[in-house]
Design a protein around this ligand. Structure first.
Ligand code: PLP
Length: 385
């Protein structure tokens, strides 16, 4: 048996990179917590010498994720932001990058506050129209940063239309695929060069790790990312890698239940008299429903909704759940909801929140894999309080 890289998606989730133990034929990848590996002689080691540079358990996860995203290589990092950081080292002083205007807050902070100090400029544009990207291109422009669907209002970007512009101008395209996971969207198939993940979310799926990954589709990028992850010391611990690899095995079936539950909940909320608006790409009235059908293999399990009336009602709903946890983060088996106004989007100005369409009646829900009837009953009682 080998660590097979064949078969359909769900099969590769379970097997790719996994069977590593020829000593005892362990069915799961062993955890190698060793910081260092001894040499057989002065010239020979067995592929690993020091865990910052490489580790067999981490490598198992990397092989798995590279396969799932359709890339040639992957580096697993200690957080999602470490993956974002590593990928930005594809650029250098003097370069300019174009990013979507409604990207993840932590990425926005890094791009807008940290990168300019390193001499890299960033323009934020509404990527729902690829012409906005074309117009923002300067002679120093070297990259585009794509995130779809967006957070918290689930707007989509047509990946193909952006990578078409990027290829015309020789720009490196990077996509944050955290919200969909490779089960539901594989940006490399739409022309993206590099994919980043917060494995904290769906890939691990059990809310017990923070981690990240950078998946590359070209050798030059793969070499640079491997170099940077080692040089900056961004790699994840063997134990965390093992947990994520364990989580990924059930990614396919989890996503199926996640999104089945999400669609049922979106429909219920859509009909509910105290809900004004539901943001879920799986509903036919979502502005990017057709694009979601074309670009994604499903609609995912993140949704947001605006409740009727006022802020105090939104607060009452959010604190009225008996099952759904009031927490940031997403993508775990347990349902979580949060209030962008004071939680996930508190760091951007109120003016910017309103401009983005986020109101003080907007609630974001990460739908878990509990029984859907229990979730719906809980939501109803919270809304009816
Ligand atoms: C959570 C998240 C990140 C950051 O990941 P961490 O693991 O928290 O560092 C980046 N992008 C998206 C879309 C996320 O949801």
């Amino acid at each position: 048996m080998s660590s097979s890289n064949s078969g359909r998606f769900e099969t590769r989730c379970v097997h790719t990179g996994v069977a590593k133990d020829s000593a005892y034929n362990s069915a799961t990848t062993p955890i190698y917590p060793s910081s260092t590996f001894y040499w057989d002689d002065l010239k020979t080691h067995r592929g690993y010498d020091y865990t910052r540079s490489g580790n067999p358990t981490r490598r198992a996860l990397e092989e798995n994720l590279a396969s799932l995203e359709g890339g040639i290589d992957c580096r697993a990092t200690c957080t999602g932001m470490a993956a974002v950081t590593a990928s930005l080292y594809l650029f250098k002083h003097g370069d300019h990058i174009i990013a979507g205007h409604d990207i993840y807050g932590g990425t926005y902070r890094l791009l807008s506050d940290v990168l300019p100090d390193l001499g890299i400029q960033v323009s934020f544009v509404n990527m729902s129209d690829p012409e906005n990207v074309r117009r923002a291109i300067r002679k120093e422009t070297k990259g585009v940063w794509i995130e779809t669907p967006s957070n918290p209002l689930l707007n989509l970007v047509d990946i193909k239309s952006i990578t078409t512009v990027a290829k015309e101008r020789n720009l490196v395209s990077i996509a944050d695929n955290t919200f969909m996971s490779p089960c539901l969207q594989r940006p490399i198939e739409h022309g993206v060069d590099v994919v980043v993940h917060s494995t904290t979310k769906y890939l691990n799926g059990h809310s017990d790790v923070v981690g990240g990954a950078v998946i590359t589709s070209q050798q030059a990028h793969a070499d640079r990312i491997a170099y940077v992850v080692n040089a900056l010391g961004l790699g994840c611990s063997p134990f965390d890698a093992w947990l994520v690899l364990r989580g990924v095995k059930t990614l396919g079936p989890r996503m199926e239940v996640h999104q089945r539950n999400a669609l049922a909940i979106a429909r219920m909320l859509h009909e509910h008299p105290r809900v004004e608006r539901v943001y879920y790409p799986g509903l036919p009235d979502h502005p990017h429903h057709e694009l979601a059908k074309r670009q994604q293999d499903g609609f995912g399990a993140m949704l947001s909704f605006d409740v009727m009336s006022d802020r105090s009602y939104a607060e009452k709903v959010l604190t009225g759940s008996k099952l759904i946890l009031l927490a940031e983060s997403l993508g775990g088996v347990e349902s979580l909801w949060e209030y962008p106004e004071t939680m996930s989007h508190a760091s951007i100005s109120q003016e910017a929140r309103r401009a983005a369409g986020i109101s003080d009646r907007t609630i974001r829900l990460s739908v878990g894999i509990e029984h859907v009837d229990d979730l719906i009953a809980d939501l109803r009682q919270a809304l009816d309080r």
